[in-house]
Write a protein that binds this ligand. Structure first.
Ligand code: FES
Ligand SMILES: [Fe+2]
Length: 406
């Protein structure tokens, strides 16, 4: 998977910032510092993130194409809970995957259809919307108050075809939070996208990398490492013309492909074949775009495919990277060939990044290390660090805030 990049302050391209823009740079345009080491190492901080970030933010669950039939359902892990996302007669619903009777797990994995949700233990049965239909031998249960015994709900929302869930019932709708994103990249997305290949966003056996989830997000948020660490990307992309736009909830990047043919055969073939999927604009033909939605959703937009993925904390020092490739219906043979080449290039970049993030995770554990100054090219890292500090620091003791032991 690939790397996003940040603006070149010296380039002729203006750096765009919407009105409600980034906390990353103040009036002097000095990027905020990166996170202190303990943010990436401390189990207590991981616990705070679980309760105050992952249990309160929109988490990517799947794509609408994963839930075709009424009754189809998938499972997604969110902040230590399993959430079931279900296609209902009216749209989508999300419930915690636990029976209201004696707590059995309701499903163990994705299911393609089903008229209702039936617990495999004693058979309590729920409508797809989560309300309790009834229990076997219901007359033997004196307190069976059906209206109060529906499944525990979570919020669910489809944003341009991608399905997100949120455990916070009062969460602001994602469409409000990301209003301007639809104008920037809406043409790439939609419920009609189809997956390319075997990967799915809800996979439970996704690649695990040896780094805290924030090290991996940080790496996505900057292109400063491209000239040194990604020779292939450097041959393909016009590094001097990376731009970034940050909003309150996202960072968005654009970078054009270079015209000069790459010396590498695979890359040169891609440069020749790159062609836009149906529905894209001429300006998309030779542009790569990246979007990071706070806290952990990443979407890459290529002329030939879209890659949606997320970084899911495992242990404090490891994270999983489930994701899936998508294309618009009617994509031509030429574009499908370009897509194959590009996905290959992406895996090479992904392997390079996996090594980099593991290297960082090892390095920052060195006692006495603290973050050095950031480049303007790392403005996205500053934005993310500010978001994390905003969400975590109010829950730290004074000693923890200074980096002391929990
Ligand atoms: S635990 Fe589900 S029916 Fe008993
Ligand atoms: Fe990278």
């Amino acid at each position: 998977m690939s790397t996003a990049v940040v603006p070149d302050a010296e380039s002729s391209m203006p750096e765009e910032r919407p009105a409600a823009a980034m906390p990353a740079a103040g009036p002097t345009d000095v990027p905020s510092p990166g996170l202190a080491a303990h943010f990436y190492l401390d189990d207590r901080i991981a616990g705070i993130e679980k309760d105050h970030i992952f249990a309160r933010t929109w988490q990517l669950a799947c794509h609408e194409s994963d839930l075709v039939e009424v009754g189809s359902r998938i499972l997604v892990q969110v902040a230590g809970r399993e959430v079931m996302v279900v296609r209902t007669n009216d749209g989508l619903a999300a419930h915690l995957n636990v029976c209201r009777h004696r707590g059995a797990r309701l499903i163990a994995g994705p299911e393609p259809d089903g008229k209702a949700i039936r617990c495999p233990y004693h058979g309590w049965t729920y409508h797809l919307d989560g309300s309790l239909v009834g229990a076997p031998e219901g007359k033997t249960i004196p307190c069976l108050d059906r209206p109060s015994l529906g499944l525990f709900p979570a919020k669910v929302e489809s944003f341009l075809g991608f399905v997100f869930v949120n455990l916070d019932r009062n969460a602001e709708p994602l469409a409000h939070m990301l209003g301007d994103i639809a104008g920037m990249v809406g043409r790439y997305l939609g419920p009609e996208l189809r997956p390319v290949g075997k990967y799915r966003i809800y996979d439970t056996d996704a690649e695990v990398q040896d780094a805290n989830w924030k090290v991996i997000v940080d790496n996505y948020l900057e292109g400063y490492h491209v000239p040194v660490a990604h020779p292939g990307l450097m041959r393909l992309l016009d590094y001097q013309r990376y731009t970034v736009t940050t909003g309150e909830h996202y960072a968005y990047y654009e970078v054009p492909l270079r015209d000069k043919p790459s010396a590498n055969l695979l890359e040169r073939a891609y440069q020749r074949l790159a062609a836009p999927m149906p529905g894209l604009a001429d300006t998309d033909k030779r542009m790569w775009r990246y979007l990071a939605i706070y806290p952990n959703t990443l979407i890459d937009f290529y002329p030939d495919h879209v890659l949606a993925w997320k970084i899911v904390p495992h242990e404090t020092g490891t994270a999983a990277l489930p994701g899936a490739f998508y294309a618009r219906p009617g994509t031509s043979l030429r574009t499908r060939l370009a897509q194959r080449l590009n996905i290959k290039i992406g895996w090479i970049t992904n392997d390079e990044d996996a090594e980099l993030v593991a290297r960082v995770q090892r390095g920052i554990a060195t006692p006495g290390w603290g973050p050095g100054p950031l480049s303007r090219r790392e403005a996205g890292v500053s934005w993310f660090a500010d978001c994390i500090r905003r969400d975590v620091e109010p829950h730290l003791t004074d000693n923890e805030a200074r980096g002391g032991a929990a």
